[in-house]
Design a protein around this ligand. Structure first.
Ligand code: EPZ
Length: 419
């Protein structure tokens, strides 16, 4: 496994460009299963999770040309089964369940299991598909689902679930009749998937609001679509520049999808100036502590919580950071503490006190966004930080060491240091 070595304490300057959105690309690649023709997906980021999804589609029988930023997928003789081997690498594999059931009338998909940040059940996905007429049982860790033809129905989610909403969007698109989804996730990636499904001939209204109406179709056409930029990658570089200090232009930032984060950055004393398709980040002076509570979009994104926590270590005062979406998303805290951070966790809230200085040391990545926070901490720390197990990072960040290097950071990848 690789590690990333960072020699910290340097301000950043220059420009970095945001790649396509991982969390938009994953459901859209699964949506290719809904039609027979060859679909073309553009602006796809070059990430482990994209490769895993390509592998999964190929395992099921699709012909896949995965050459990011372009991915071509053509379903042929699909065997609607997603094996544990692949699903355990990436929870989002559950996104094949809706399209397989809608298009092929059956699906056998391994239950994703939990992950570091929480149990992450899929009960809402299954409840929704049953409402559309599927018979579903679980057997030896697999979901076995069948439906000769899904029928439109009303589905009320117990909580806004991003991939749950996405699975039901894809299932409803080919169901017979109208489906109404209530208490939907409003994330930009849900809107982007609905955009692509409508390009395929679906009739979807209300994506981005809590209620989505879908008029089911008998068949859908392949599509050619360029993916929106990754708002979490964008936010990660904005926070990195604010934490390290300096003057950085982050290009291709979907500012309308980051209002909660941008407001908190400004409140903490960071200067953000719109600049063409991007945002210029300037931070030379002191930072102020601000309180943050994560919540479903358009609230403060849970996927930005770990990164923002590092910024708050540098800020005067104490910041209260509450994580309301996942039950165990503070794994970065003990690692930051080893670097000298002063953070006390009480239940779902972390109290982040000002730290005069972080010290570089060896730290271990545990999940995707926690690993990004450790890299940011390395940029800020005195001395050298080695972040181990950066395969977590590679799942969601395209060539991070190169992008940070272009901003003047001293960051190198160490191949195979953990065997
Ligand atoms: C998506 O995960 C994202 N992944 C996550 O990003 C993101 O953190 C999360 O949404 C929240 O924004 C992708 O889009 C591929 P949820 P998802 O269903 O859909 C509970 C990253 O870093 N829940 O919205 O799995 C669940 O336990 C990843 O890129 C149920 O109880 O998240 C959680 O507490 C990490 N039952 C809450 O809902 C269900 O059936 C929100 O989860 C589904 C969800």
């Amino acid at each position: 496994m690789d590690g990333i070595r960072i020699r910290g304490g340097r301000a950043l300057s220059g420009r970095v460009r945001v790649s396509g959105s991982k969390n938009a690309a994953l459901p859209i690649l699964c949506a290719t299963l809904l039609s027979d023709g060859e679909s073309l997906v553009r602006n796809v980021p070059d990430l482990r999770d994209i490769g895993t999804t390509g592998q999964l589609l190929e395992t099921m029988g699709c012909s896949v040309a995965c050459a990011p930023p372009t991915v071509r997928v053509k379903p042929n003789d699909v065997t609607p089964e997603a094996p544990y081997e692949l699903v355990k690498q990436m929870r989002a594999s559950v996104l094949v369940l809706g399209p397989l059931l809608a298009r092929y009338g059956r699906a056998k998909v391994s239950l994703p299991g939990g992950c570091q940040i929480g149990s992450r059940p899929v009960d809402q996905h299954l409840k929704g598909l049953e409402a559309l007429g599927a018979t579903i049982r679980t057997d030896h860790g697999y979901v076995l689902a069948e439906a000769s033809r899904l029928r439109g129905a009303e589905v009320v989610f117990d909580m806004p679930t991003v991939t749950g909403t996405e699975n039901l969007l894809m299932a409803g698109a080919l169901a017979k009749g109208r489906t109404t989804l209530v208490n939907c996730a409003r994330e930009p990636e849900v809107i982007e998937l609905a955009r692509v499904l409508n390009k395929m001939g679906a009739k979807i209204r209300g994506a981005g609001t809590p209620v989505i109406e879908i008029e089911g179709q008998d068949e859908l056409a392949p599509f050619d679509h360029a993916i929106i930029p990754d708002r979490i990658e964008a936010g990660t570089y904005l926070v990195a520049a604010a934490a390290a200090g300096g003057d950085v232009l982050v290009e291709n930032v979907p500012v309308d999808d980051l209002e909660a984060l941008l407001a908190k950055l400004r409140a903490s004393g960071v200067t953000l100036e719109p600049d063409g398709s991007g945002v210029r980040v300037l931070r030379h002076g002191r930072l102020r502590s601000v309180d943050v509570t994560t919540s479903p979009h358009p609230g403060f994104p849970t996927d930005m919580q770990a990164q923002f926590m590092v910024l708050m270590c540098m800020a005067e005062g104490t910041s209260r950071i509450s994580e309301t979406v996942f039950e165990n998303r503070f794994m970065h805290v003990p690692e930051l503490a080893r670097m000298g951070a002063d953070i006390e966790v009480q239940g779902h809230t972390a109290f982040v006190k000002h730290t005069a200085r972080l010290d570089g040391t060896e730290v271990m990545a545990t999940d995707l966004r926690a690993s990004a926070s450790l890299v940011i901490a390395g940029l800020v720390a005195e001395g050298e930080t080695l972040v181990r197990r950066v395969y977590h990072l590679d799942r969601g960040y395209e060539r991070m060491e190169e992008k940070l290097g272009a901003l003047g950071a001293d960051v190198t990848r160490e191949r195979g240091i953990d065997g």
